[in-house]
Design a protein around this ligand. Structure first.
Ligand SMILES: Nc1nc2c(ncn2[C@@H]2O[C@H](COP(=O)(O)OP(=O)(O)OP(=O)(O)O)[C@@H](O)[C@H]2O)c(=O)[nH]1
Ligand SMILES: [Mg+2]
Length: 221
């Protein structure tokens, strides 16, 4: 009888999910709330993070993992410039962070001195949607200049999120952006998503967003 050769190939996404679960469990033992922030390039991830940290810190002890595809430290320097610990993660050209990269980044942080970890993912609306990082929550930051049709054209990223932050609201008078059309697109994909309109430039709406986040951090403790 001929021998059968059976190959077992472990799904790379399964391995990723397993690491993500371990990371989430570790962060919970330390009572740390964590958030994966996704957006297209230039939507204002870093700007919203900086404003949010200014609102929450020092009562909430924060750290940021900054993901970039190239070996740069531009965003991490902005975060550490306001006195918040920042770890730069370079994805080596990949278009998304993964759970292993985030786990490595977290190993460089003093977890006993933190309540919140924000992860700025690589800027794009496609790849990050498929990769769990081990965070408690996924958030997309959209922005007015990108256009109101993005939920219809890039649906996957909106399916797994708990909150949507619409940034650059200060540019609304200058750009045709139908907020109801945008919201309807998200509601069709993922009803019940929390929606915040903010401007990282003027600070409008940041307090409401930061208060919502503060409550999530509090609920975990
Ligand atoms: N008018 C206006 N400009 C903003 C606002 N938020 C950010 N910007 C500008 O948008 C540009 C991109 O902002 P970043 O915060 O670097 O965006 P990002 O998503 O972190 O970008 P990457 O990390 O490169 O993907 C900068 O020139 C910011 O000054 C806003 O609320 N209003
Ligand atoms: Mg950035």
């Amino acid at each position: 009888m001929p021998t059968k050769r059976i190959e077992i190939v472990q799904d790379i996404l399964n391995v990723n999910d397993q690491i993500a679960e371990e990371t989430n469990a570790l962060l919970h033992t330390k009572h740390i709330f964590s958030m994966n922030i996704m957006a297209s390039p230039g939507a204002g991830k870093t700007s919203v993070i900086l404003r949010t940290l200014q609102e929450l810190s020092p009562l909430v002890r924060c750290a940021v993992l900054e993901g970039d595809t190239a070996p740069v430290t531009i965003d991490a320097e902005k975060v550490s410039g306001i006195g918040i610990p920042a770890i730069q993660i370079n994805s080596g050209g990949d278009c998304h962070l993964n759970a292993n990269l985030v786990r490595k980044g977290i190993q460089s942080l003093d977890l006993d001195a933190l309540d919140l970890i924000l992860v700025e993912n690589i800027g794009n609306l496609i790849c990050p949607a498929s990769w769990k990082l081990g965070t408690d929550m996924n958030v997309v930051i959209a922005s007015i200049p990108e256009g109101d049709d993005k939920p219809y054209k890039y649906p996957n990223i909106y399916r797994g999120i708990q909150a949507l932050v619409l940034n650059k609201i200060d540019l609304k008078p200058y750009v045709d952006f139908n907020i109801q059309y945008f919201k309807d697109g998200i509601a069709a994909l993922n009803p019940g998503v929390e929606f915040f309109e903010v401007s990282a430039k003027t600070g409008e709406g940041i307090t409401a967003w930061a208060e919502w986040l503060r409550k999530k951090i509090h609920d975990l403790r």
